[in-house]
Design a protein around this ligand. Structure first.
Ligand code: UTP
Length: 484
């Protein structure tokens, strides 16, 4: 078949855009070079324009209204430490999870396609220096975890990393230049997710980044469930005999990328997609709430849970809606496949995010740097696949052991929340606790905080008990900087 000429492609693209009143995207077409024309047409071909038109109506020109279902109840979970009557089940689950990893049936999956706008790092977020002493990048820290996993369970764990077209090349270059972090090129697979146009909040028109390109952004971590399939990653996993995907985010340097106990509970209970939770520290902590609606697992965003429910307490004083989502999931490979091969496909709901998006003025073609939110970005969230499951469990993890996210930049005069500094402090705190458990005396200040900076390599330990086998100092003095 002869390749379509640029002119034919232009005519088809123009018709698709005109049908949804977005033909301004092609306003400068005649003035572009051939290469720019081809790139813009590629961008246009990759957008689902009828879907954009629907979303402009429902999510841009109007704000979607969240209606809380009448029968929302808190979801149950497996406790971090098993009650006596479940100790046997946990033992069995840990063993089952380890067997899955040993048999090569588990893949690690990191979503790293986000723009990291709040952090403001010039590069893929995974390349951000994250550890307290060595300043290892997020990817390096995770790479050490996977090296430890391969040594411990006797089999390399394949690592799938979702990028976006905006950071795919830079991420690929990073892994190539760093020799795939010692994991073996064949065990690291990078693939990009799809993008969505940013849309002017007032006019509903798609924004242009330049006369030759649309202002596109990644379509949310929910896009991973389609990208895994569309990229061929699912087909490849099946060929390798992989049955379970261990899903984590790129921004948490101490996340347990592979956790046999969690994977085992999920597998023994024959779940399609399961989650880890943290008990919320306070009622409106910015974590999604795990709920049951008509018996289906559902995450209700913190902003959508009415205060009255968020603040409800049980007789023992615990929050009634206590289980907060920290974006850690176990997902069956065949579940992702079945979603993508359903007749008519599947759609996760889009969420509206108001953002400042630089663009060019459609009429004057001059660049505009907005001072306040001017655009709507449309994203899907992976947890919205939970209600599509027949079976799903939650396992409670320990905040100190597994949660040190890096979301925001440290800024003078702004109380730090989930910044590089808070993450490093938590990594030190976890290290100090683990060392004390192993009998090491760690200097602490008057507030009880460790008075040293301590980094435990994930090659040395991914569980506190691992330190029993490690060569450790008798004490860590005030002011010390230590790597173990
Ligand atoms: P966040 O929601 O924290 O977004 O992503 P972000 O893009 O990293 O940062 P901001 O909001 O622009 O400051 C949580 C996780 O989901 C991934 C991110 O890379 C991160 O690991 N993500 C997010 C994607 O992979 N794709 C997306 O489209 C959005």
């Amino acid at each position: 078949m002869a390749a379509q000429s640029i002119q034919d492609r232009f005519v088809a693209a123009h018709a698709a855009l005109a049908a949804v009143a977005q033909e301004h995207v092609l306003a400068s077409f005649a003035a572009l070079s051939d290469a720019q024309k081809a790139e813009l047409l590629d961008q246009i071909d990759n957008v689902d324009w009828p879907e954009v038109a629907r979303l402009v109506k429902s999510h841009v020109l109007a704000k979607p209204h969240f209606a809380l279902p009448a029968n929302v109840a808190p979801a149950p979970w497996y406790a971090n430490v098993p009650p006596a009557d479940q100790a046997g089940k946990y033992q069995q689950a840990r063993k089952a999870g380890e067997e899955l990893v040993r048999a090569g049936k588990v893949a690690a999956f990191t979503v790293a396609g986000g723009q990291g706008t709040r952090l403001g790092w010039n590069g893929p977020k995974g390349t951000f220096p994250a550890t307290p002493v060595r300043n290892l990048s997020l990817f390096q820290s995770m790479g050490e975890y996977l090296l430890n996993a391969a040594r411990r369970w006797g089999k390399p764990v394949p690592w799938y990393v979702m990028t976006s077209p905006a950071n795919h090349q830079a991420t690929t270059d990073y892994f190539t230049q760093n020799d795939f972090l010692g994991l073996g090129k064949e065990n690291v697979k990078l693939f990009p997710q799809a993008m969505m146009p940013a849309i002017d909040m007032k006019t509903g028109k798609v924004l242009l980044e330049s006369p030759a390109s649309i202002a596109l952004s990644p379509n949310g971590h929910g896009g991973s469930l389609k990208a895994l399939y569309a990229s061929g990653a699912i087909a490849e996993m099946k060929k390798r005999g992989i049955e379970q995907i261990s899903y984590t985010q790129v921004d948490n340097p101490i996340v347990r990328i592979i956790d046999p106990l969690f994977l085992g509970l999920h597998a023994l209970d024959r779940c399609e997609m399961s989650s880890k939770m943290l008990p919320k520290a306070y009622p409106k902590e910015k974590l999604g709430n795990f709920c049951l609606i008509d018996g289906r697992m559902t995450v209700i965003e913190y902003s959508d849970l009415p205060d009255e429910l968020a603040e409800q307490r049980l007789p023992n004083g615990d929050l009634r809606f206590r289980a907060g989502s920290i974006a850690i999931h176990a997902i069956r490979v065949d579940f992702v496949e079945s979603l993508n091969t359903r007749p008519g496909g599947f759609a996760l709901p889009f969420h509206r995010a108001e953002k400042k998006v630089p663009h060019i003025d459609i009429v004057t073609k001059q660049p505009v740097e907005p001072k306040s939110n001017n655009a709507v970005k449309l994203e899907t969230f992976v947890f919205d696949a939970l209600p599509l499951c027949e079976r799903s469990i939650i396992y409670e993890t320990d905040r100190l052991d597994e949660f040190a996210p890096i979301k925001n930049a440290d800024q003078e005069g702004v109380a730090p929340i989930d910044t590089p500094n808070t993450s490093k402090a938590r990594q030190t705190l976890r290290a100090a606790g683990w060392l004390e458990k192993a009998g090491v005396k760690v200097a602490r200040n008057a507030k009880g905080e460790p008075d040293a900076v301590i980094e435990i390599s994930q090659l040395t330990a991914i569980y506190a008990e691992d330190l029993k086998k490690a060569k450790l100092p008798a004490k860590i003095d005030a002011g010390a900087k230590v790597v173990l």
